[in-house]
Each structure stands twice: as structure tokens, then as C-alpha cells.
Design a protein around this ligand. Structure first.
Ligand SMILES: [Zn+2]
Length: 196
């Protein structure tokens, strides 16, 4: 089932999300709905706060990025078919060189900006079977995880821009929260609280 995506301006996007346990109600169905919602919006990641739940759960499928001809064959292989559920994730370490990448967000559909982040992360998380993992990711894969991880920390990519850039974007961000944007997926706007 496709769920409406919460638009910029809703306080749920600003909460530090809570850990969950295996007893979390209808978790399997929730994850399945989140995949449907993410693919329907052509996203490569979706975090639970974006569908209104302040819990530490996000999904990533970087397959669409694998077609990028600017990437090396190794990078393409790494991105192809990387599909993962992250529960109770915690980034232990961010290292390496900072590099810019043009990011977008399903909750802020009409804004895309270069964001600078470190190249490599070490992250611990549970998969959908509550099996624990501790892994290191780098490059574009780390980038997508960092963006989604920020969502469960109440952080949006626009927070990482310079104060000048943020001032310039203010009007567009306000529009993002007031349904003055054209998107081809369902969204829920804080100004109206009505899904469309
Ligand atoms: Zn996002």
C-alpha cells in the first residue's frame, strides 16, 4: 500500500526517532508499505519519519544509481541490487574525504542541492529479521545511507547548506510545506493536514 509522504515543515521530520523492538505492531506490513511508497515515488531511500512515524527505521535500494555512466564498474556493481532495511541504526564513525553530491529528498520535492559529506561510514543496525550487522560503506552507497540516517536524527539535507544558500531557498522551502509544488506521488502537507 502506498502511503502519503510527509512534506517539509511537519514536526515529525524534526524528531530524533526512537529505537523499536521486534514486537513493534505490524512491522512486516509497515516495511512492505514503505517499499511500495518509495518505489512509487522513484526514491532510492525512505525513512519512517517521512511517512509520519518517529522510529529508527529506513530503507535503501540504490539500484537506480547503478546505471550512472560516470561511475566505475566496481561502484556500479556495489549499487546494483543493494536493497536493505535498517532498524535501530547508529553510525559509529564517519571518515574519509568530504565530497559534494547533488541531493534531493522526497519530502522536499522541488529542491536539489550539492551537499558535502564524508566518504566512509561505519554503521550498526538490525535487518528486518532483527539480526545485528556492523558494516562499513563508502561512496554513493554511504551517501544514501547518510541521507536516510539523518532523517531518523531529525535532520534534513537542507540543514547542511550554507546560511546564504538556506536564505535563498527559504521561499521554495515554504512552498514545499504549503502544497505549492507539483509531485506525482501522494504527499501530506503540514499546512493542511490533508493528504492528496
Ligand atoms: Zn530525504
Amino acid at each position: 500500500m502506498i502511503l502519503p509522504i510527509i512534506a517539509y515543515g511537519d514536526p515529525v521530520l524534526r524528531k530524533v526517532a526512537d529505537d523499536i523492538d521486534a514486537e513493534y505492531p505490524n512491522l512486516k506490513e509497515l516495511i512492505s508499505n514503505m517499499w511500495d511508497t518509495m518505489y512509487n515515488a522513484s526514491g532510492v531511500g525512505l525513512a519512517a519519519p517521512q511517512i509520519g512515524l518517529p522510529i529508527r527505521l529506513f530503507l535503501v535500494d540504490t539500484t537506480p544509481f547503478a546505471d550512472d555512466e560516470d561511475l566505475t564498474e566496481t561502484e556500479q556493481k556495489q549499487l546494483q541490487g543493494f536493497k536493505q532495511v535498517f532498524i535501530n541504526a547508529h553510525i559509529e564513525e564517519e571518515t574519509g574525504t568530504e565530497w559534494p553530491f547533488n541531493e534531493g529528498c522526497l519530502s522536499i520535492p522541488d529542491v536539489r542541492e550539492d551537499v558535502t559529506r564524508k566518504d566512509t561510514i561505519k554503521i550498526t543496525y538490525l535487518d528486518e529479521h532483527f539480526k545485528e550487522h556492523s558494516k562499513t560503506f563508502d561512496g554513493l552507497l554511504a551517501r544514501v545511507i547518510q541521507h536516510e540516517y539523518d532523517h531518523i536524527e531529525g535532520v534534513l539535507f537542507t540543514d547542511k547548506l550554507s546560511p546564504l544558500k538556506r536564505r535563498m531557498l527559504k521561499g521554495r522551502l515554504t512552498n514545499s510545506s504549503k502544497r505549492k509544488i507539483n509531485v506525482d506521488y501522494r504527499m501530506k502537507f503540514p499546512a493542511s493536514k490533508i493528504a492528496r
